[in-house]
Design a protein around this ligand. Structure first.
Ligand code: ATP
Length: 458
């Protein structure tokens, strides 16, 4: 195992032991590709979502936030092309019956599947005599639809077939007319959404990188077709700014222009933002120019007029769309991989998460030096209450000795630890320790909130 693989294992172990992320249904052996966020993971996730909403919705005047349903009927997903074509090519190991994604098999045999059609893939498997990972012969390639199907109401009613949405985007397209009719926006404007999406991935893997239930943060930005290039460029910059803002290591981020054979059927230009994860460089986000593909399809299938009338000159057209699409779980993984550090403190290896303070689950931890001295506990509770009212997520930590508390808070990425000791009772000063440098300072309780505020804005 090399260092990078070790890193992935360390992150996954930390996530489990420190209450960030658990395998779902672990008591019963776990569900492959499904994860639960624990107490700290939920705080981290919410911080990221709130920052996203602040940046892309609240700080602008041209963006609406919506929360569409997860369950979708068959008709809109037929119109969007998902029922017919949202599939991955599969091959079966003839001996074990286990199925594998053909592109993944090619990759692990050193063959780049980029730009290959299904036929090309079949030929490549034959030409290079590719076997299954167990060394067995493979069967023929078949297409496997990735959508999770379900049934609404009585199972005898075939019109009740429904799906868990494979992307949040469709909920935005389906509400385009409702938003136009209720909010009367002028183009350009955007609709943003954060929500769950489901894909029956054949080989879920790499912790929360490729999972079957995940969350997306997507924007559909409606534009006049003539300005798509400038808008595409603008959203490219916005994505980069966002990554930097939440503490993603920008030296590990690369933009990849996706060639026409690899682009989704609806896209005229796509850039993948790839991150150098511990298991290799893989897609973190996508930016696509979806043209008017989706609205034209929905207008045709639903027989509804979705044309926009420009109030300034009467021009009518179906708006075109630029789509920044960001996976929340992959964001969390990239943030964790960017923040994980090891150093040596007092002759021992210390691991810590150098999380950006804005995303850290707790901003500060407060402790009494010892937990069985009433005056110390009382004073520390006062400080805790004061900081909590200003900073929200503040941890109370009185378990074990101070050294252990520091290690624990370092590991979960808390930027500051405040300790109330005997001197505090005399001089009203507390010690405040910086997670990254481990250096401590004495600060007066009255100045503490300002001191932390100044440091948190980095
Ligand atoms: P991949 O090629 O890795 O399967 P994709 O190109 O199919 O991804 P999109 O359809 O562009 O992904 O989805 C937009 C974003 O949603 C991705 O950039 C990623 O962040 C996230 N995403 C997609 N599939 C998954 C998944 N199975 N698990 C976690 N996140 C996902």
């Amino acid at each position: 195992m090399d260092n990078q693989e070790h890193l992935m294992e360390k992150i996954a172990t930390l996530c489990k032991h420190r209450g960030f992320i658990f395998q779902s249904g672990e008591l019963y052996g776990g569900l492959a590709g499904i994860y639960d966020y624990g107490p700290l993971g939920s705080l981290l996730k919410n911080n990221i979502k709130n920052l996203w909403i602040k940046k892309f919705v609240e700080d602008r005047d041209d963006m609406f936030l919506i929360d569409a349903a997860i369950v979708m009927g068959e008709q809109p997903l037929t119109a969007s092309g998902h029922v017919g074509g949202f599939s991955d090519p599969l091959v079966v190991d003839i001996k074990t019956g286990i199925e594998y994604r053909v592109d993944h098999l090619l990759e692990s045999n050193g063959i780049n599947p980029e730009g290959m059609t299904i036929e090309d893939m079949g030929q490549a498997l034959k030409k290079h005599s590719v076997l299954s990972p167990e060394g067995n012969t493979l069967g023929d390639i078949r297409e496997f639809n990735l959508m999770l199907k379900t049934q609404l109401g009585s199972s005898s009613d075939s019109s009740a077939t429904a799906y868990l949405r494979p992307e949040t985007a469709q909920g935005i397209f389906l509400n385009y007319k409702n938003i136009m009719d209720s909010m009367h926006p002028k183009i350009p404007f955007g609709v943003a959404q954060i929500g769950k999406a489901y894909r029956n991935e054949i080989t879920p893997r790499n912790f929360i990188f490729r999972i079957r239930e995940f969350e997306q943060m997507e924007i559909e930005y409606f534009i006049h077709p003539q300005v798509w290039e400038a808008q595409f460029e603008y959203w490219r910059e916005e994505i980069l700014e966002w990554c930097d803002m939440i503490g993603i290591d920008m030296s590990k981020l690369q933009e990849i222009e996706v060639n026409s054979t690899d682009r989704a059927h609806y896209s005229k230009r796509t850039i993948d933002f790839e991150f150098n994860f511990p298991f290799g460089q893989k897609e973190l986000y996508g930016l696509a120019y979806r043209t008017d593909y989706d609205l034209v399809k929905h207008a045709t299938y639903s027989k509804t007029n979705l044309r926009y009338v420009d109030p300034s000159n009467g021009e009518t057209y179906i708006p075109h769309i630029i789509e920044p699409s960001m996976g929340l779980d992959r964001t969390i993984l990239a943030v964790l991989a960017s923040a994980y550090r090891e150093d040596e403190v007092d002759g021992n290896t210390r691991s810590y998460l150098a999380l950006h303070p804005q995303v850290a689950p707790y901003k500060i931890a407060v402790s009494p030096l010892v937990k069985n001295k009433e005056e110390l506990v009382q004073k520390a509770r006062e400080v805790f209450g004061m900081l909590k009212s200003q900073f929200g997520n503040v941890a109370w930590d009185d378990n074990g000795n101070i050294g252990k508390r520091y290690r624990r808070q370092d590991e979960i990425g808390t930027p500051f630890c405040v300790v109330v000791d005997y001197e505090t009772l005399e001089d009203g000063m507390v010690s405040i320790r910086d997670r990254n440098t481990t250096e401590q300072e004495r600060v007066g309780i009255h100045e503490l909130a300002d001191y932390v505020s100044n440091k948190l804005i980095v």
